[in-house]
Design a protein around this ligand. Structure first.
Ligand code: NAD
Length: 503
């Protein structure tokens, strides 16, 4: 009998009487491993109340208190990285090393947040007018909601909550209902680190819980990461309800290979970026744009490498690629291979029908390669989010840039070339938020901001880096004078009504 996961609210496991439950699968076996409660709107309202109450104290915590907890949390996540990775593998399906990488990238945001005393410093100007000083400060917003996708169940929440909490907010995380366990473990580690009860809370659920957070009067801001249609819904609904919102959406990332590129290097990069985590990454490369005649050399080099890829359970140390997250998603992704063939693409490598010995009921799909894809085909227009790599052939670098810029998404992209001049041209002209030069997955470090353009991000502020601090705080500017006692005018009618100037 699969166990039932709990919410984590007010520093402890928290059960509710929600009638609805979701199923959590082990994607490598296809079996239900847990059930997850799907919170009702009234449950969400109670969780927000707990976080709101905790805010009244946490907002006045000293910077030293906050950094002490952050450093302790950092140490605990570091010490438990294997255990956290195992939880990810069990519910997402990615291979253990890849899950460790995700924990590491999340940890780097915690480390960045440890510097919050420096990050929250304002500016100070002396004598802006005669005897007048002025300074700026940033204050927390209140309760912040984080709504996150299945594909990085630890890293994406960690893009958000370390900085939100460091800035003095309290946090309600609604993780993906497909792989919710690791967020509960992170909540337990926060409690162990000494975070006061109610500052970090996890509530499980689906659309009902999300919509309750988007409309809750006491939620001040929403950080969302997920697919574009839901990001748009989140942005529209939450802003209509007066909240600050950053909603990161889906992606279609292109790797442009120029004729002068090192083909072996480009092929390595394409295979790693397309099939790592079974293509279930928002920064995965899903289309190679082969410029000039480079496709003739590149496609066989990619296909050769694909033949050597080992697909298997994430717990198998030899496996390089795991299963997809659910059977439904696997079938949808596999459907694109058939659609691509129907539309005229050449199926160079067909991963459909792959079986893994001893795990026949897992949600498997081997890596797939489609050549001669054109921009009008569904395989190029849609975000597939699985191990299907398309190759689009174009004549010139300018054609490649135009093709990438015509795409409605703008999350990540990369160019492979030996020419600094061509790389610079690409970097300047491309309409995408994160750009790699001979780097296929250019995920910015924690001290830079992460975010895309166009349909890949709704809102103005990226996650983490100083933009994250900005998102989770409001600015205030104080202008102060300390005049001598008795400096006021004594007589009626002598007050000045003129607009203050700096003289
Ligand atoms: P998703 O949009 O289905 O779900 C994301 C979150 O929204 C989950 O918590 C889910 O419970 C909730 N949700 C789902 N349907 C909803 C609805 N109708 N109303 C309200 N809430 C709803 O995304 P996913 O399948 O979990 O994750 C994959 C997607 O996330 C891909 O599109 C991927 O590109 C995107 N993603 C983007 C980034 C980025 O940085 N831009 C990062 C990771 C993932």
């Amino acid at each position: 009998m699969a166990s039932l996961l709990s919410h984590h609210v007010g520093g402890r496991r928290w059960s509710d009487d929600d009638a609805r439950r979701g199923e959590v699968f082990d994607p490598a076996t296809g079996r239900v491993s847990r059930h997850v409660p799907l919170a009702s709107a009234s449950t969400v309202a109670r969780v927000v109340e707990v976080a709101h109450e905790a805010f009244t104290t946490w907002r006045w915590s000293t910077l030293a208190q906050r950094t002490r907890v952050l450093f302790a949390f950092r140490t605990l996540v570091d010490a438990h990285r294997d255990e956290l990775a195992a939880l990810i593998v069990a519910e997402h399906g990615k291979v253990h090393d890849d899950a460790l990488g995700e924990v590491q990238r999340g940890l780097e945001v915690v480390e960045f947040a440890c510097g919050i005393p420096h990050l929250l410093k304002g500016g100070h100007s002396v004598e802006v007018s005669s005897g007048v000083d002025s300074w700026s400060l940033r204050q927390p917003l209140g309760v912040v909601a984080g709504i996150t996708p299945f594909n990085f169940p630890a890293m994406v929440p960690m893009w958000m909550f370390p900085l939100a909490i460091a800035c003095g907010n309290t946090f309600v995380l609604k993780p993906s209902e497909k792989d919710p366990s690791v967020s509960v473990r992170l909540a337990e580690l926060w409690t162990e680190a000494g975070l006061p009860d109610g500052v970090f809370n996890v509530v499980h659920g689906d659309r009902e819980a999300v919509d309750a957070l988007l409309t809750a009067p006491d939620v001040a801001a929403v950080s969302f990461v997920g697919s574009t249609p839901i990001a748009r819904h989140v942005f529209t609904t939450a802003t209509t309800h007066g909240k600050r919102v950053q909603a990161l959406g889906g992606a279609k990332n292109h790797l442009v290979v120029l004729p002068d590129a090192d083909v072996e290097l480009a092929a390595d990069a394409a295979v790693a970026a397309a099939f790592g985590s079974a293509g279930e990454r928002c920064m995965a490369i899903s289309a190679v744009v082969a410029v000039g005649d480079v496709g003739d050399r590149l496609v066989p080099a990619i296909a050769n490498r694909m033949a050597a890829l080992r697909v298997g359970p994430g717990t198998d140390p030899q496996a390089e690629m795991g299963p997809l997250v659910t059977a439904e998603h696997r079938d949808r992704v596999a459907g694109y291979v058939a659609t691509g063939a129907d539309e005229g693409a050449e199926v160079v490598v067909d991963g459909r029908g792959l079986t893994v010995e001893g795990a026949e009921d897992g949600f498997w799909l081997g890596p797939c390669l489609l050549d001669h894809v054109t921009p009008d085909m569904a395989v190029h227009r849609d975000e597939i989010f699985g191990p299907v790599l398309s190759v689009v052939r174009v004549g010139t670098h300018a054609d490649a840039i135009a093709l990438v810029n015509a795409n409605p998404y703008g999350n990540g992209t990369a160019v492979f070339t030996d020419s600094g001049r061509e790389a610079r041209r690409f970097q300047q002209q491309i309409e995408v938020g994160m750009v790699g030069v001979n780097v296929p997955i250019p995920v910015p470090m924690a001290y830079y901001a992460f975010g895309g353009w166009k349909d890949s991000l709704f809102g103005d502020t990226y996650v983490h880096g100083t933009e994250g601090v900005h998102f989770y705080t409001r600015g205030k500017v104080v202008t102060a004078r300390w005049p001598e006692q008795g400096a006021g005018t004594a007589a009626a009618g002598t007050s000045s009504l003129h607009f203050p100037t700096s003289d």
